[in-house]
Write a protein that binds this ligand. Structure first.
Ligand SMILES: [Zn+2]
Length: 130
């Protein structure tokens, strides 16, 4: 099960429900939104991780990647990866592009650019049930 954007209701509503059924999920967060109004805080993010959930990258600022150039895309991934690394203690292995939008260049970016930022390159949806 996956959830995008890291809005506060993921912490206040989804997490308690998951806990009730002894389940965990992947939460794709845009790291620039952490600790801002309406979004989860860094402390809540760490708590979610400690409870077995995964926080994946949803870029840093949530741009539509189709209209961005490769350097901007790399910047979005890199900054996001650094923030998530601080929370997780490791670089992110899951990624979902904002709006589900990506193109062929973007999809093969890790190979082309050897960014090595994400162990698993997931363009859409993935399911992990614990
Ligand atoms: Zn989104």
């Amino acid at each position: 099960m996956t959830f995008d954007d890291g809005t506060i209701d993921h912490y206040t509503t989804v997490i308690p429900l998951l806990a009730q059924f002894n389940m965990s999920a992947i939460f794709y967060i845009s790291t620039a939104k952490l600790d801002t109004g309406g979004y989860i805080t860094s402390r809540q993010a760490r708590e979610m991780i400690d409870n077995g959930n995964i926080l994946g990258s949803h870029t840093h600022t949530h741009p539509r990647l189709l209209i961005k150039g490769i350097p901007q895309i790399i910047e979005e991934l890199e900054v996001s990866a650094q923030v998530l690394q601080k929370l997780h203690g490791a670089r992110p292995t899951h990624f979902a592009p904002p709006g589900g939008l990506y193109n062929e260049d973007f999809n093969v970016l890790p190979q082309k650019q050897d960014t090595g930022h994400f162990g698993r390159w997931i363009g859409g949806i993935t399911v992990i049930l614990k």
